[in-house]
Design a protein around this ligand. Structure first.
Ligand code: PLP
Length: 470
């Protein structure tokens, strides 16, 4: 990996270890740095685990590896480089969503408005969804009782798979315990099984796809985010007859961009590839029936493998893939992350079925309309105020801060001074220097809440020493 990039090839692993890789002065030069950085982390971590370094953690007296020292050291290095993750303590309420309760460090509780929930349509607290979950718990108990192979395949599981396949106009669908697991398992399994397979991965792809691709160990090429020409130029270099998987997201989770799916799929097919599309941030939110960007752009037939989540717009938990019957049956038969884990509980499946009913209905269409409207209003108002909104066509509203300290301080101040919860997005989720606030409007926010958000954000923006654009 190191040698593939001419800029990074100049550095030895030791240099990389002694410099934090984030402080390398390569950012402007290397077009693939964010991807390379992730790979470097693995390499560096591997190196730290190597024999020569175990001595740092071995005491003279006991001559045994000191695990606690090692763990502590790893945590401290994250705290030092600012990538340590602090979670806020938040309790969601079923009734007054998007109001939630925050419990601070001294266990004081207060009500705050949440602006960063991926329960995009509020279906996680929809009375119909709740009633179906409760009914299922009463009827079937709590757990599923096993893997799909051993007593965990209920009629509800099959029903949801059929409904999801229909939604995406595919022959079959398969449930997973999360879309992280769906992506990891499916990409790993496909990549390992398809003979001489190569993967082309968008540079902005989610960690779950990267993990599956990396674990498979097959040759991969990274193309610049939503850069069709770059994708095509790489595909052109590959033999036409080998299997190729082109993996990308429709709505990008962190910058809110939307790919031109038609173009992406056409290029993929022209060179004999199959399209693997993560619609996690689009299912439930785009298209007449809520099937995502593929449906909105009338290109469902061009997606070979779609992956979605039941944890965001569906308001539940779980993930799925949909595609041809053969493909789905192959993953069902060979995918370790599908086979060897307890299946989703019936209550979650029933909740997801109920959410899907709403998503496909007029109520769903209305929720999507308000969702988009509010996202546009928030974007427009923040931009008008001079805040650096990262322009994108989706419901995700990222505001660029550019460093983790200020991003964190803005969020803390919003919480402490204005009872507003927004989460800052820091390295390693995004590249250094692109730390941001990720605001996600919801149809259940009110115009008053939007107004308060805009004014509060302007105030704390200035308080932390940032400037508004003229
Ligand atoms: N794909 C993308 C683009 C995501 O943002 C996420 C989660 O945030 C996932 C996949 C994983 O989905 P899940 O939360 O169902 O594991």
């Amino acid at each position: 990996m190191l040698l593939k990039c001419k800029y990074l090839a100049q550095l030895s692993l030791n240099e990389l270890k002694s410099n934090s890789i984030n402080s390398l002065k390569l950012q402007s030069k290397c077009p693939f740095l964010s991807v390379v950085k992730r790979a470097l982390h693995t390499e560096i971590n591997n190196a730290v685990n190597s024999k020569s370094d175990t001595s740092d953690y071995t005491s003279n007296e006991e001559k045994q590896f000191n695990y606690e020292n090692y763990f502590n050291n790893k945590i401290e290095s994250k705290k030092k480089d600012g990538s340590y993750r602090y979670f806020k303590k938040i309790t969601r309420h079923a009734k007054p969503f998007p109001l939630v309760q925050e419990t601070n460090e001294v266990e004081e509780k207060k009500q705050v408005t949440i602006w960063c929930s991926n329960d995009y349509l509020g279906l996680g607290r929809h009375p119909y969804v709740q009633s179906k979950v409760i009914e299922a718990v009463n009827d079937y108990g709590v757990g599923s009782g096993g893997t799909r192979n051993i007593s965990g395949s209920t009629p509800l599981h099959y029903r949801l798979e059929n409904e999801l396949a229909k939604l995406h106009d595919k022959e079959s669908a398969l449930l997973f315990t999360s879309c992280y697991v769906a992506n990891d398992t499916t990409l790993y399994t496909l990549a390992k099984m398809l003979p001489n397979c190569q993967i082309l991965s968008d540079s902005g792809n989610h960690a779950s796809m990267i993990q599956g691709i990396r674990n498979s160990g097959i040759p991969k090429r990274i193309f610049k985010h939503n850069d069709y020409d770059h994708l095509e130029s790489i595909l052109k270099e590959m033999p036409l007859n080998i299997p190729k998987i082109v993996a990308f997201e429709s709505v990008h989770s962190m910058d809110g961009s939307i790919c031109d799916m038609d173009k992406m799929c056409d290029i993929t097919h022209k060179y004999g590839g199959i399209s693997y599309v993560d619609e996690v941030h689009a299912v439930g939110l785009y298209g007449h029936n809520g099937a995502g960007i593929g449906e909105r752009d009338s290109v469902l037939n061009k997606i070979d493998i779609i992956t979605g989540t039941l944890g965001k717009a569906f308001g539940n938990i779980g993930g799925y893939i949909a595609g041809s019957s053969n493909l789905i049956d192959m993953i069902r038969s060979y995918g370790s992350g599908f086979i060897f884990t307890t299946s989703l509980p019936p209550s979650v499946v029933a909740g997801s079925l109920a959410a899907l009913e709403i998503i496909k209905s007029d109520e769903g269409r209305q929720l999507r309309e308000i969702h988009q409207l509010y996202a546009n209003i928030v974007k427009t108002e923040l931009k008008k105020a001079g805040l650096p909104v990262m322009d994108g066509p989706s419901h995700i509203v990222p505001v660029l801060v550019g460093n983790n300290q200020q991003a964190g301080e803005i969020c803390n101040r919003l919480m402490n001074e204005y009872n507003i919860y927004i989460q800052s997005i820091n390295y390693t989720t995004v590249a250094r220097g692109t730390e941001r606030l990720r605001i996600v409007p919801n149809p259940h926010h009110t115009p008053e809440m939007i107004n308060k958000l805009v004014h509060s954000l302007i105030d704390v923006w200035l308080k932390v020493g940032l400037e508004l654009k003229a």
